[in-house]
Design a protein around this ligand. Structure first.
Ligand SMILES: Nc1nc2c(c(=O)[nH]1)N[C@H]1C(S)=C(S)[C@@H](COP(=O)(O)OP(=O)(O)OC[C@H]3O[C@@H](n4cnc5c(=O)[nH]c(N)nc54)[C@H](O)[C@@H]3O)O[C@H]1N2
Ligand SMILES: Nc1nc2c(c(=O)[nH]1)N[C@H]1C(S)=C(S)[C@@H](COP(=O)(O)OP(=O)(O)OC[C@H]3O[C@@H](n4cnc5c(=O)[nH]c(N)nc54)[C@H](O)[C@@H]3O)O[C@H]1N2
Ligand code: SF4
Ligand SMILES: [Mo]
Length: 896
């Protein structure tokens, strides 16, 4: 249905930054892609499409709270703000400005971020403000600054369509930047000669759709790209004119790369077949238009900055930068990772792409702000910040739009730090996150759809996020909370009337003294200064720099001029080195962590959508079957994953995509959604020495069985008390909550009654089979299914999909009651099976049935028949896998 008078806004999830049209209807919010947005042209992935399901006020933090003596009580905004301001002021007076800190987020809007940074660096006078982008993009930032002289992404999304070869390094683009990946695939469909290469230790959904996959051993990218640099130089692929005119430092870089001149050595080190390495090198050398896109497999490493530079070196050597269809491309994660970099949200940067360590830069910012002081040294980076909190040197921290108890490495250390901290302030949209439970002061923030401002995506495109919902309860914008605290601390310059005034100040700062030689920077928004409210409201998406008109700039460096004083880009000699912690007999597996298709980080928002929960309802540890055998664990059973830093529990799976010696666990589960599945507790806190970005993709672990006497699951309309269960995880279904359970205590119908909250005369049905170790019980209220629980000695439980559908029935028929206890759908066709296509809710059984009965041969036919894969396309890899399985199972002449 087309939206008549929709509000045009931007998706709050990934860094692709898709345009969204949102309209309120009597049934809720209607969400569509915005065909006019340059980043997405009408596309949305499944997370974007499901935004309407995440907007309920259920679980929202709607009023400020103050925790005293362990009890949280409601407070007025005045009391909460007075408390924050007076405690910050007294700690600063007694211990100096570095005793307080802000820990913020790439999910803030640029305007929130700008005032947070101004508050700390210009008025408190400390650079102790860091952001979760430290965990995300800081290696890319550091790599860009080293080589280009400024944190600049040279290209734009259109380059992916103009390229003849796309190299995806450490990026599961199909799941993490889905609409951009769809653009690549559409181009490939139209132009099959477009080659796509993926470099990833795992065989991911992205790898299923590419021409060449190099399953490199974790942490070996610098060997691979040094080898490529050396190969390109040897085989005459070097652009001599470009290198001579526009770069410096090649000799040192080549000398270092010479150590990787032997392709067999590179192949051995990276653990890849030498023929695949050769195929990649030859294709790279032979193709002019190459885009190399990279993400967390590159950044989140103790050699992350070197990985970034080793990639960029290859583009500089071949002069493949700044022109259509080519260039290195850092894919940003969060919706406003880039905006945070513009305002200098990192502890070692200043606002507006200026540097903290240059006196002229500091003076420029201080004088523009008319600030009483300016931070004169870098602040603590995220991991160090939480160490300093535990050590007691930082005594107050204000955490905003991030959930560090889940997302930082060595996450139990973060708990200890917050427990010790004198003052923890948490601004969030949800009041019960793992981090908020440590807050002394909780401040309710406006969420997506309510807040108003700008974000900048991976291709430097600034777009408006606009409100289409009223502010709920007493929630306020984050910038307002910061300004109100600043004003209470007596700081001038925080009396903004609206976001557009903040944006204007940000734009004017980008121009301030920008023509001085010492202060010149490519980040500038000249044409966006002095916009009035109406112009700001009407702002169309456009890419900075925006110097002369509102046209925007798709590409940088087209003239070969870079941001270093000599105008040249620098080659960086990158010495390869292995991850800091080596595998050992005690910890023999390399733990890799990352994202799932349908969840966003710590699930505070995507966790509300039943549609999104259906795809992967439980945390898992993906292993090679050989390693499972050696560890004594079996697919479908629970395992404990242990490192030197901590432990967690997850179910063992074999996706077939994990090499021997490795393991993969998704990052999304936390203390609210599982009893013991916070992977951050296991991850090592080692960081890259240049960027400070943690080594999230490589932690030595060991895996052991987590023994339980029984496995089970429960579906219930109300939350359950799980005290008697050894291990549980929870996701939201349509009209119910789904729990996966593992237990050690003996179970009985009486136990089940207590679990589901059934009293003596409840409408209750049960089935118990002692010999098989089975227990099945259901509670009905007014004929309607209220809750059910299924227990078995083995993890061989009935289909949750079909049982979940029973919650939609107003009344269970006698047949439903009987089949409920049988744990089986009455007819095969009624059980759709686990979700494959979340957009249209199509399950695996439905797809398999269509393939078999219709004799379907390709994904298009499956889409035509079942709709699966017809919207965002994120499930196409899985559909292709199902097709392949059936084709293998069916003899070639069958059906002829
Ligand atoms: N669905 C979904 N999408 C998201 C997010 C989300 O939470 N959910 N979050 C967003 C954010 S903030 C971010 S930062 C991005 C992240 O987007 P991605 O970086 O694409 O996602 P990850 O799953 O963290 O990791 C990418 C891949 O790096 C691989 N890898 C691990 N080690 C190495 C290595 O040493 N070398 C190489 N070459 N590869 C390696 C992993 O196997 C993994 O497949 O996603 C964004 N998009
Ligand atoms: N092991 C491992 N750990 C990782 C990673 C990994 O790959 N492996 N990836 C890292 C990366 S790249 C990232 S980006 C981080 C992400 O980690 P986090 O930033 O901790 O994760 P989110 O769940 O996005 O947290 C955002 C919080 O802000 C709240 N929120 C949403 N909107 C607003 C708002 O407008 N205002 C306020 N005040 N609050 C709001 C949400 O409810 C939520 O609690 O995780 C990092 N951690
Ligand atoms: S790709 Fe999906 S998550 Fe990313 S911005 Fe677009 S709709 Fe949002
Ligand atoms: Mo991220």
């Amino acid at each position: 249905m087309p939206i008549a008078s929709a509000v045009r806004t931007t998706c709050p999830y990934c860094g692709v930054g898709c345009g969204v049209k949102a309209m309120l209807t009597p049934d809720g919010a209607l969400i569509e892609g915005d065909p006019e947005h340059m980043a997405s042209r009408g596309r949305l992935c499944v997370k974007g499409s499901a935004l309407g399901e995440t907007l309920s006020l259920d679980g929202r933090l709607l009023a400020p709270g103050i925790r005293e003596g362990g009890t949280l009580r409601r407070a007025s905004w005045d009391e909460a703000l007075d408390t924050v301001a007076s405690r910050f002021a007294s700690i600063i007076a007694e211990h100096g400005p570095d005793a307080v800190a802000l820990y913020v987020s790439g999910q803030l809007l640029t305007e929130d971020y700008y005032v947070a940074n101004k508050f700390m660096k210009g008025y408190v006078g400390s650079a102790n403000i860091d952001t979760n982008s430290r965990l995300c993009m800081s290696s890319a930032v550091a790599g860009h600054k080293r080589t280009f002289g400024e944190d600049l992404v040279p290209g734009c999304y259109e380059d992916f369509e103009l390229a003849d070869m796309i190299v995806l390094v450490g990026s599961n683009t199909a799941w993490c930047h889905p609409t951009l990946f769809q653009r690549m695939l559409k181009e490939k469909e139209a132009r099959p000669s477009l080659r796509i290469v993926a470099i990833d230790p795992r065989r991911t959904a992205t790898c299923d759709l590419v021409d060449l996959h190099l399953p490199v051993k974790a942490g070996t990218d610098v060997w691979l790209f040094n080898g490529l640099l050396s190969y390109l130089a040897r085989t005459g692929a070097q652009d001599n004119a470009f290198v001579a005119a526009h770069t410096s430092g090649l000799d040192a870089a080549l000398l270092e790369a010479g150590g990787c001149a032997d392709i067999d050595f590179v192949a051995r080190t990276c653990g890849v077949d030498p023929r695949l390495v050769m195929e990649f090198y030859e294709a790279f050398a032979a193709t002019g238009k190459v885009v190399t896109a990279f993400s967390q497999g590159v950044n989140q490493s103790s050699s992350g900055t070197d990985k970034v530079n080793s990639i960029i070196n290859c583009h500089l050597l071949t002069g493949r930068i700044g022109k259509p269809g080519m260039g290195p491309f850092s894919l940003t994660g969060q919706p406003n990772a880039m905006g945070g970099r513009e305002v200098g949200g990192l502890a070692n940067t200043l606002a507006s792409h200026l540097d903290l360590d240059k006196p002229a830069h500091r003076d420029a910012v201080r004088s523009f702000w008319n600030a009483p002081r300016i931070a004169d040294k870098a602040g603590l980076k995220a991991v160090d910040l939480f160490r300093a909190i535990e050590a007691g040197s930082v005594k107050a921290v204000w955490i905003m739009a991030t959930n560090p108890v889940v997302s930082l490495p060595d996450a139990d250390q973060v708990k200890r730090a917050l427990q010790r901290c004198e003052l923890v302030v948490v601004s969030d949209v949800v009041g019960t996150t793992d981090t908020a439970t440590f807050g002394h002061v909780l401040l309710p923030a406006l969420g997506w759809g309510e807040k108003d401002g700008t974000v900048t995506n991976s291709e430097r495109c600034i777009s408006r996020q606009r409100a289409f919902l009223p502010a709920p309860g007493e929630a306020r914008a984050d910038w307002q909370a910061i300004c109100q605290v600043a004003q209470r601390m007596g700081f001038m310059g925080f009396d903004y009337g609206s976001v557009h005034e903040i944006f204007d100040e940000h734009a004017r700062l980008s121009v301030w003294r920008n023509s001085d030689e010492e202060l010149g920077r490519a980040f500038r928004l000249d044409a966006l200064t002095n916009m009035d409210r109406a112009a700001y409201d009407a702002l169309e998406p456009l890419q900075w720099p925006v110097q002369h008109d509102r046209e925007g700039t798709p590409r940088l460096f087209g003239d070969g001029r870079f941001a270093h004083a000599d105008g040249k880009a620098r080659f960086i000699a990158t010495a390869p080195r292995a991850p800091v912690h080596a595998l050992s007999r005690a910890f023999p597996l390399a733990l890799n962590t990352g994202r799932l298709r349908d969840q966003w980080h710590t699930m505070t928002r995507t966790g509300k959508s039943p549609r999104l929960a259906g795809h992967t309802p439980e945390p898992f540890v993906d292993l090679h079957p050989h390693d499972a055998l050696l560890s004594g664990v079996r697919a479908g059973e629970l395992a404990r994953i242990k490192s030197q830093w901590g432990a967690m529990v997850a179910r063992v799976t074999h996706s077939g995509g994990i090499a021997r010696g490795a393991a993969f666990i998704p990052i999304h589960w936390n203390g609210q959604t599982a009893s013991d599945a916070r992977v951050g507790a296991v991850v090592n806190p080692e960081v890259d020495p240049v960027s400070g970005e943690p080594e999230f993709k490589h932690t030595p672990v060991r895996i052991e069985p987590f023994s339980v006497a029984w496995h089970g699951f429960a579906l219930s309309r109300d939350d359950l008390d799980l005290a008697s269960v050894a291990n549980w995880t929870r996701v939201r279904g349509a009209g119910f909550v789904r729990y996966e359970l593992g237990g050690r205590e003996p179970v009985s119908p009486g136990w089940a009654r207590r679990l589901l909250g059934a009293n003596e005369d409840a409408d209750w049905i049960e089935y118990e089979d002692h010999t098989g170790g089975l227990l099945r019980c259901a509670l009905l209220v007014d004929g309607r299914l209220q809750a059910c629980v299924f227990i078995s000695r083995r993890p061989d439980l009935p289909s949750r999909a079909w049982l979940g559908d029973l919650f939609a029935h107003e009344e269970l028929s006698p047949k439903d009651r009987a089949t409920l206890l049988a744990g089986q759908a009455p007819a095969q066709g009624l059980d759709p099976g686990p979700t494959v296509c979340a957009c249209f809710g199509v399950g695996r059984n439905t797809i398999c049935k269509a393939i078999v009965e219709g004799g379907l041969k390709d994904a298009q036919a499956v889409t035509a028949c079942t709709r699966a894969g017809g919207n965002c396309g994120s499930c196409l890899p899985e559909i292709r896998q199902l097709l392949a399985q059936h084709l293998l199972a069916v003899p070639a002449d069958a059906g002829a």
